[in-house]
Design a protein around this ligand. Structure first.
Ligand code: NAD
Length: 289
């Protein structure tokens, strides 16, 4: 049968190039390009690398970015006041706070502090509620990227059995809702699921977002299934690994995302898309100046 590699790097580049191609016209029409503000607290190396990637993507696409780096010791009140300043700044369209935050800061409070119109991550309760109600909203980047990859490879979820492993608010739950919206029959599996293999063996679409390298092996994959590996795990070898054992899964799956080069680059491309959507959304309601 042969397994088709789902090339997230290539698809993400197509998305970014399409956005890049729109920048001149947006500037011409509205006087400026979209602007994303990214707040980072502390010096977590993984967070720093993610934030660098986001700023670089803005540069590539031709959007403005503002990087706000705050010390690990910043108080919750100070961080909330920085967020508030960006909320009020008419020249900023998207506000993103890189997670995780230090333990003395309440993440929910900070996420709730971003106005929903600038919540490019789609984590604000209003966006979450709107997603589940089927209303217009900002869709979280990673789940949106997963759906975009399925579409790019012509994998239609309608009528298929989709198994999502992981039930986090940022990946598992929203991806399950998006698959449901596309008429898949969705099963959500998690740490307390019994007989995981019995479920995964039935999955036409298998999305894995757990954070455990090699959790899914080829003997858990239905022949021909589309396997989307969201996991990012740094191995003892210093390299990045997914949650899926690539070689054994590739021998059985019909489609498979690599790690790195699968879902990861799509997350950033969708962030660029969400920033443009927030910018366009704000145009209809206020001045962008
Ligand atoms: P999380 O830690 O919030 O949630 C993990 C989920 O996995 C939980 O719901 C838990 O119930 C489930 N789980 C744990 N052990 C399990 C087991 N043995 N069997 C079945 N389910 C189990 O994680 P998250 O934030 O959703 O992230 C998951 C992974 O995806 C991580 O590796 C993270 O780094 C990665 N991630 C990647 C991207 C990207 O852009 N590619 C974005 C976000 C997260």
């Amino acid at each position: 049968m042969g397994c088709q590699l789902i090339d997230g790097k290539k698809v993400s580049l197509e998305v970014k190039d399409a956005l890049k191609g729109r920048m001149a016209a947006l500037k011409e029409q509205y006087g400026r390009v979209p602007c994303l503000a990214v707040i980072i607290v502390g010096e977590n190396p993984a967070s720093q690398s993610y934030v660098r990637g986001k700023v670089k993507a803005c540069e590539y696409v031709g959007m403005e970015s503002r990087l706000v780096a705050l010390p690990e010791t910043v108080s919750e009140a100070e961080l909330l006041s920085v967020v508030d300043g960006l909320n009020r700044d008419a020249a900023v369209d998207g506000v993103l706070v890189q997670l995780p935050l230090p333990a003395h800061i309440d993440e929910d409070k900070v996420i709730n502090g971003i106005v929903p119109e600038k919540d490019v991550d789609g984590f604000h309760p209003r966006n979450v509620a709107d997603l589940w109600l089927g209303a217009k909203c900002t869709v979280p980047c990673t789940p949106k990227g997963v759906m975009h990859l399925l579409d790019a490879y012509g994998i239609d979820p309608a009528g298929k059995l989709a198994v999502v492993i992981g039930r986090s608010n940022i990946v598992g739950k929203p991806v399950a809702k998006l698959l449901l919206d596309r008429n898949a029959t969705v099963v959500m599996a998690h740490s307390r699921t019994k007989n995981l293999r019995e479920l995964t063996l039935q999955a036409d679409i298998l999305v894995v977002a757990v954070g455990r390298a090699g959790l899914v092996t080829g003997d858990m994959v239905k022949p021909g299934a589309a396997v989307i590996d969201v996991g990012i795990n740094r191995g003892a070898d210093g390299k990045l690994h997914g949650d899926v054992d690539f070689d054994s899964a590739a021998a059985v799956a019909g489609y498979l995302t690599p790690v790195p080069g699968g879902v990861g680059p799509m997350t950033i491309a969708m962030l660029m898309e969400n920033t443009v959507e927030c910018y366009l959304g704000r145009i209809s309601t206020c001045s962008l100046a």
